[in-house]
Design a binder for this molecule. Structure first.
Ligand code: 8YV
Length: 318
């Protein structure tokens, strides 16, 4: 019997290695996708993706035999889930296994931004210490952090902030009644009350440019903005302008609107810490994420259903 053909979008060597003994894996990304769809589209029954290449209605139309899309990552905003749902496809993601890793990175980026760790490192390396001490800087000690989003990862970040004895409040669409933190239904109101915003919410149309010029202006001159969610949740030009004009103090960014392209204006700024989207990027956690992608695909083709379907494409045993 012919093996199930799986299209693997992006570099996921770990996933491909685990799939290859049992599946026919077609590995392609970016400009190569077009040719792969033309040659193999009708035979492809599953797609594994790491979210770099958009899976929209058009691509789905060229994959008539497709049954499922397994996303390597918890955020699946690169997939048109509504179109997938209409087609009766199942979309899976990798929730839970990366919560602590991303929360650790969020704390690291917050501290690096507040305490200017990369700037201090550059100071030592360039020999400037020999001319005098590194200037005093801001602290986490007098700050209140407003989390934008309070999902699985947001909760882990809040726990860490509590251990650091930093007051936490949050903005989300729905208040979470089991949590001790104050909920703000209005993001602008929260921004005005805190001095530090940390974004950890899903990307996509519903949250596009949620953090705009008015939110940044409400955050104010002591303000620090940290983003470990998606570049799309912030109006990037407005953020650049707010940093340039000192409307806010600093930013720590792990995500950008058009990765891996980072705006030139940010590269030249001293009051930003820039990371190459590494929230979950460790051998340990990417290993767990990869295994969950593979387990979802295997489970599906064994007829046992997906392990972690996204809420938009729930699976009911047929
Ligand atoms: C990964 C992520 O960078 O889980 C997510 O949503 O953003 C990250 O863990 C990505 O999914 C893999 O490229």
């Amino acid at each position: 019997m012919a093996r199930v053909k799986v299209l693997s979008l992006g570099e996921m060597a770990d996933v491909e290695r685990q799939l290859e003994p049992s599946f026919d894996v077609l590995r392609v990304t970016g400009p190569g996708i077009e040719g792969a769809l033309a040659a193999h589209g009708p035979a492809i029954r599953a797609v594994a993706t790491r979210g770099r290449d958009r899976i929209g209605e058009e691509m789905l139309a060229r994959l008539p035999a497709l049954e499922m899309i397994a996303n390597y990552g918890v955020g699946y905003d690169s997939i048109d889930v509504e179109a997938a749902r209409r087609r009766g496809l199942v979309v899976t993601n990798t929730p839970e296994v990366l919560n602590d890793e991303v929360a650790d990175l969020a704390m690291a980026l917050l501290l690096a931004t507040v305490r200017q760790i990369p700037q201090a490192d550059r100071f030592v390396r360039s020999g400037r210490w020999l001319q005098g001490n590194f200037p005093l800087g801001p602290t986490l000690r007098d700050r209140t952090v407003g989390l934008i989003g309070m999902g699985r990862i947001g909760r882990r970040i809040a726990q860490r902030l509590r251990a650091f004895e930093v007051p936490v409040v949050y903005h989300s669409r729905m208040p979470q009644t089991d949590l001790p933190y104050r909920h703000y239904p209005d993001l602008r109101a929260m921004a005005a009350d805190v001095d530090t915003l940390l974004a950890i919410l899903p990307g996509g149309a519903a949250t596009r440019k949620l953090v705009d010029a008015s939110v940044l202006s409400a955050l104010g001159a002591r303000g620090i903005f940290v983003n470990v969610a998606r570049g799309s949740v912030v109006d990037e030009p407005a953020l650049i302008e707010a940093l340039r004009s000192k409307t806010i103090l600093a930013a720590g960014l792990d995500v950008f609107a058009d990765e891996p392209r980072v705006p030139e204006a940010l590269l030249g700024m001293e009051n930003v810490v820039l990371l190459p989207h590494v929230g979950s990027a460790t051998h340990y956690t990417r290993g767990l994420m990869g295994k969950l992608v593979v387990d979802n695909i295997v489970s599906w083709f064994e007829g046992k259903g997906p392990l972690t379907p996204v809420p938009e494409t729930p699976w009911h045993r047929r």
